[in-house]
Write a protein that binds this ligand. Structure first.
Ligand SMILES: Cc1cc2nc3c(=O)[nH]c(=O)nc-3n(C[C@H](O)[C@H](O)[C@H](O)COP(=O)(O)OP(=O)(O)OC[C@H]3O[C@@H](n4cnc5c(N)ncnc54)[C@H](O)[C@@H]3O)c2cc1C
Length: 384
């Protein structure tokens, strides 16, 4: 992939790898058990500039684009998927929506503090009755003078507990739905009428919290409309492309980590007088793991490069999301099988990676929805 990575991307990779090896891997199990990311770890990540890798330099970011952002998430996902998820929801979803659709004034006001990690962001689209069918959202936005009044409930909003800035999608006209009926807003947690619910206990990603958000006559100034009134669905979907590509990158990092563990283990573990790597059944699993990683790397960085060169990647981001999230589950499953009973023990990180990976096929748009998006694009074009 060397033709895609610039010197700055290679330096970023080395820096994040060292951070993950020294600061994250030794405490990754504790993070999962405690269901909390230590604030000192977030502070160290801020000092390294990890909160603004993908954001433009003129707004305090590192300006490394989607390729750099994918390198970041790939490396973080060698250590702790919860930590990668927190950084991802802040940067690739919450902050990115402002970067994509914000006015110069909005970018000047919010992006420098978000790039520096002084404030954190989240992305609030999903609701109890609007997940896959996101345009069915029931949160309303009513214009009153120079303000908008938001009322509704959002569910599973990653970082809502940590975030100061919420990108909230609401219906300005329920009849129009995606075609003029949804507007995006930059909502500060301090605005009147914003309440955050409690954290859900879940199967994996335990230290990445995704609580409910309640908007009760929440007052948002007109200047905080993000993008044009009625065009919020476009903002939501375009931003999700960034998240979907980088989720693919996270799948690569975890896959490489568990494959390396599997190679080492299979060279050491002896059965029937020979290291298990000499058994063809183990070789076949390792070969499939390597093949899946190679394909993931190829499609993720190709698509990230296309995104950075302003090419349309709607279909490609959906392919990356669905393919890589299936692939990582397969790779981790093989890793556990190769480790035998040890693979099932908490002593190794495999069971945590296994639990964490399951949601990848559900959030950022389920894989069924990605397949619908891909097929719709094919039908629209009438050819590949
Ligand atoms: C840990 C976690 C973190 C999250 N973080 C965020 C966040 O930060 N911000 C945010 O806005 N949301 C977030 N979400 C919500 C997430 O995006 C939704 O869960 C997801 O979009 C699926 O919606 P749903 O859960 O309502 O499932 P549903 O939409 O109810 O789907 C149920 C099932 O039906 C299938 N299905 C639905 N419609 C169709 C169809 N037309 N054809 C075929 N199959 C279909 C789905 O694929 C799925 O298998 C998070 C969720 C989780 C679990």
């Amino acid at each position: 992939m060397d033709f895609i990575f610039k010197e700055e991307h290679k330096m970023l990779r080395e820096m994040v790898r060292e951070f993950v090896d020294k600061e994250i891997k030794p405490i990754a199990r504790k993070i999962d058990d405690d269901m909390k990311i230590p604030p000192e770890l977030l502070q160290k990540a801020k000092e390294l500039g990890l909160f603004g890798v993908a954001l433009p330099q003129e707004y305090g970011g590192a300006g490394m684009g989607e390729v750099g952002y994918c390198v970041l998430l790939e490396e973080l996902s060698h250590g702790c998927n919860s930590f990668a998820g927190v950084i991802g929801a802040h940067q690739g979803l919450g902050s990115m929506a402002i970067n994509i659709a914000g006015t110069k004034q909005q970018k000047d006001k919010y992006l420098p503090i978000l790039s520096a990690g002084e404030k954190m962001a989240c992305y609030a689209l999903s609701e109890p009755n609007a997940g896959s069918d996101a345009q069915n959202l029931q949160t309303t936005a009513e214009k009153k003078g120079d303000r908008w009044i938001l009322n509704g409930q959002k569910v599973w909003i990653t970082n809502a507990d940590l975030a100061d800035i919420l990108i909230v999608y609401a219906a300005n006209d329920k009849n129009l739905k995606a075609y003029g009926g949804i507007t995006a807003f930059i909502v500060e947690k301090g605005f009147k009428g914003v309440k955050i619910g409690s954290n859900d206990d879940k199967m994996g990603l335990k230290a990445m919290h995704s609580p409910e958000v309640f908007l009760e006559d929440c007052e948002v100034p007109d200047e905080n409309v993000l993008g044009n009134v009625g065009e919020g669905f476009k903002v939501a979907m375009y931003t999700l492309n960034v998240g979907r590509i980088s989720l693919g990158a996270a799948c690569i990092g975890t896959s490489k980590e568990v494959t390396d563990l599997s190679i080492k283990y299979s060279q050491q573990r002896v059965t029937f007088n020979t290291p298990i790597i000499n058994h063809q059944a183990i070789q076949f699993m390792l070969a499939e793991m390597a093949s899946l990683i190679y394909i993931m790397e190829s499609i993720v960085y190709r698509t990230a490069y296309m995104f950075d060169h302003e090419q349309k990647v709607h279909r490609e981001a959906a392919i990356v999301k669905s393919y890589c999230t299936e692939a990582v589950s397969k790779v981790i499953d093989h890793a556990i099988q190769i480790h035998g009973g040890m693979g099932y023990m908490k002593e190794l990180p495999l069971e945590r990676f296994y639990r964490d990976a399951r949601v990848n096929r559900i959030f950022e748009g389920t894989n069924e929805i990605q397949k619908i998006l891909i097929a719709r694009d094919l039908a629209k074009k009438g050819c590949y």
